[in-house]
Design a protein around this ligand. Structure first.
Ligand SMILES: [Zn+2]
Length: 455
């Protein structure tokens, strides 16, 4: 098959590498997915938008993709250290007076609604962690039998000394890992950085399974080794996640999966950059987050968030602000209006411009460069109908609903309030304020035509 060369940045090697799918023309992607005992915020959604852009780009270039995204419906173990002993699934279930299954189902539905709002296409499969517990127990048993793991007091730990390249993904050395442990190490661990594969159940646990080591529940990292290898086998093309998954989650997944398979399992590791709000990472625990529905309630088009995210390289941090979002919202509406105007006649996709667009995608998903092309094409002297045809073709990747057309009767966010203020200023004959408000409205793309006043 004669497909274009695609280069992708591999976190493991710290460079762009040529994508060479194991099966000709088919790219298999495993993506770390949502935890379903709480709502996703837009920072999470940016992380999930990145593999969507990866799939859309590869498909635009002629590849087939198969994406699997896990759903973490085991609440205990997002954190390997269990500091506060919290069972998050159980805490949420108690707060909402529901069973853990009901909680997982409700938040999974909310997640699917949220991704639909920003045109993230669903994965081919969403395996749930609770469906793969026997497989996890089997893999842990194999690691114990091979000497990669040891049992202590009903817990099973991975012995990182048996996997000398532990740290290769995150560039953590054993010294650094030691230095990072300020608290007293767990005396049951041979090395402070050994991580948990199976945790014996204490009190107040909702989800407990029997195992050869006693009742308990699996570690978070073994979840992804079990699901990815159960579905794709012991080699697949791309593994994605957020930059916050590099360590310990993916580092540990590599140690587990490679110890079991005896060879590298993932060809390319890719990570999406974090969304920052006022200088810190958007996080539920920090209390600084927005849901996409909250932004929608404020009057923003949810796809304005997608437009905003497209402006930044997927693997860099992106600063989020409502001003930035308002700018993206205006730009998106204007772009749709133009496409609607230009679409009055039948056009053809410009091959020259499309070639440049494809080259941007093939260069490690350079969507900011692709968006610059959108602006450049819009300003160019290409025939309007061809501009529209080209932009609508590109929208298969961008996912901005450019065919939706302008909605001239719908005002941008905040415009109604400014119009009302301006009416009051005019009524009070405060023309300086009225003029200033007209300029602000104009900057938002709203032009105001006053009736002529005759004295
Ligand atoms: Zn994972």
């Amino acid at each position: 098959m004669n497909l274009p060369t695609v280069r992708l940045y591999n976190t493991l090697t710290r460079r762009k590498e040529e994508l060479r799918p194991l099966e000709d023309g088919v790219v298999r992607i495993y993506s770390c997915g949502p935890t379903v005992y709480r709502y996703a915020h837009v920072g999470n959604l940016r992380t999930f938008m990145f593999p969507d852009l990866l799939r859309r780009s590869l498909e635009y270039l002629g590849y087939h993709t198969e994406q699997v995204m896990n759903v973490t419906d085991v609440g205990h173990l997002t954190d390997d250290t269990f500091e506060r002993g919290e069972d998050k699934m159980l805490v949420t279930a108690r707060l909402e007076n529901k069973s853990t299954e009901e909680i997982a189902a409700a938040y999974t539905d909310a997640f699917l609604d949220d991704i639909r709002k920003i045109n993230i296409r669903p994965a081919a499969r969403y395996p749930r962690a609770t469906e793969y517990i026997p497989r996890m127990i089997e893999l842990i048993g194999q690691l114990v039998a091979q000497g990669n793991a040891y049992v202590a007091d009903g817990n099973v730990y991975f012995d990182i000394s048996t996997f000398p390249s532990y740290g290769k993904l995150s560039r953590n050395t054993v010294d650094k890992l030691m230095a990072g442990h300020r608290e007293a190490p767990d005396p049951r661990k041979r090395h402070p950085a050994d991580f948990t594969l199976w945790k014996g159940a204490g009190e107040h646990r909702a989800q407990v399974w029997d195992s050869p080591w006693g009742p308990g529940f699996p570690g978070w990292h073994i979840e992804c080794s079990a699901m990815s290898m159960s579905i794709f086998g012991d080699r697949f093309d791309i593994h994605t996640g957020g930059a916050d998954n590099v360590f310990p989650h993916h580092e540990s997944e590599i140690a587990q999966s490679e110890s079991i398979a005896g060879h590298p399992v993932v060809s390319i590791w890719m990570h999406g950059g974090m969304l920052m709000l006022a200088g810190s990472r958007m996080a539920k625990s920090a209390g600084n987050f927005f849901r996409i529905t909250e932004l929608e309630d404020q009057g923003f088009d949810p796809l304005a968030f997608r437009y905003l995210a497209l402006q930044a390289k997927y693997r860099t941090q992106l600063n989020f602000s409502t001003d930035g979002l308002a700018g993206a919202d205006r730009a998106l509406r204007q772009l749709r209006e133009r496409v609607a105007e230009w679409s009055s006649e039948q056009g053809a996709v410009s091959e020259e411009w499309d070639g440049r667009f494809r080259a941007s995608l093939a260069d490690d998903l350079d969507l900011p460069a692709a968006m610059a092309l959108v602006a450049e094409l819009s300003r160019s002297n290409v025939a309007p109908a061809d501009k529209a045809a080209t932009l609508l073709a590109w929208d298969r990747v961008l996912g901005l609903d450019l065919e939706r057309g302008g909605r001239p009767h719908e005002l941008p966010v905040g415009a109604a309030e400014l119009l009302a203020q301006r009416e009051r200023a005019r009524a009070a004959k405060d023309f300086a304020t009225a003029d200033a408000l007209r300029d602000r409205l104009k900057a938002m793309g709203v032009s105001v035509a006053d009736p002529r006043v005759s004295d």
